[in-house]
Design a protein around this ligand. Sequence first.
Ligand SMILES: O=C(O)C1=C[C@@H](OP(=O)(O)O)[C@@H](O)[C@H](O)C1
Ligand SMILES: C=C(OP(=O)(O)O)C(=O)O
Length: 411
Amino acid sequence: MTMRYKLSAPSVVKTTIQLPASKSISNRALIINALARGTTPPCNLSDCDDTLVMIKALAENNETIDIMAAGTAMRFLTAYLSTVQGTHILTGTERMQQRPIQILVNALRELGAQIEYAGKEGFPPLRIHGTELKGNELTLKGNVSSQYISALLMIGPVLKNGLRLHLTGEIISLPYINLTLQLMKEFGAKAAWTSENSIEVAPKPYTPVSFMVESDWSAASYWYQIAALSEQAEIELMGLFRNSYQGDSRGAEVFSCLGITTEFTHEGVLLKKSNRLVEQLNEDFVDIPDLAQTFAVTCCLLGIPFRFTGLQSLKIKETDRIFALKAELRKLGYLLQDAQDSILIWDGERCQPEAQPVIQTYEDHRMAMAFAPAAFRFPGMRIAEPQVVSKSYPAYWEHLQQAGFQIDNKE
Ligand SMILES: O=C(O)C1=C[C@@H](OP(=O)(O)O)[C@@H](O)[C@H](O)C1
Ligand SMILES: C=C(OP(=O)(O)O)C(=O)O
């Protein structure tokens, strides 16, 4: 039986939320700490699936490692396991076996890595024989997934001659590359951009440091959305900082166009409503792809037409997010158009919403989290397979209940 949650939203939201820790930071800190031979694990690691699979992979060193749906774990471990002794099979969910990895495998092979495709050429599962990697200069595409680049960068300091990367094409998800460089530096590495599309990593080993993971700005976006769609709200989100290296902290700025103000406190941020709304939202998501679903749903429900560009990576994420957004927003009466595999447009066109919409989540945590706040406009709306949220935010539904949402469990 598929599980469904039936949701009703409160009219006033006044709450304090202990957000989950960032999975992007957790998974980087774990890999870097392992390469630094750190003996104390990073503090405040996320409790999400994507981080649990990483912790398990590094702790147990099993021959077969199943990272389930975690893109970061798949890409980061491919590079990591190429440098450590032993033979491993790295695999994941059916969807993970459709998410491309050839660009990373080819780059690692150029460095001397021994990696074979255990299934379909170009995709996981992989058979990896760890070995000492030699080469130090590589050219690879920067326009498919930044995770390939982060994976290579993180092993750079332990390579005999360091690493020089030249990226071709438009660099997507750039803040995630900078987040990687920042964490590497915090662990004593020497790594920096040397031109607009080249990065150099010195062959200077990491030093173990004590490290604390901050809260997740991508998870914060659903609370901004809740504030934007509610009648009245005052929401405190704990563990967020100004000047975060998480690219998704830019969500705060974009939400200021949708009537939400952000005030930094000692513990985190305080969200309030300002009622200052733009008439139309035009935004480039190339730096913040994980926020696309949050803003698409929020804008439709606020009646704010939009044109979102820079969405070229959405098709190879947990699901084809452009397709999924169009299909599920149609159920709520909103007709979106897409163009060139990278643009999503809503010009205000409506259709009759379904009387009892059931939102499908496509094994994508962000479909569930971004559509739940639609309950403000569609009381009794249902979300299918709500447990998908555990990929990045296991306590999401509990937190919604804490905020006053009513959630009925329907088989
Ligand atoms: O490096 C990271 O932590 C991430 C990079 C992004 O992926 P792409 O680089 O594939 O866009 C992002 O979508 C993902 O959720 C996390
Ligand atoms: C795209 C995502 O994750 P990943 O690519 O790491 O699976 C995400 O969390 O939205």
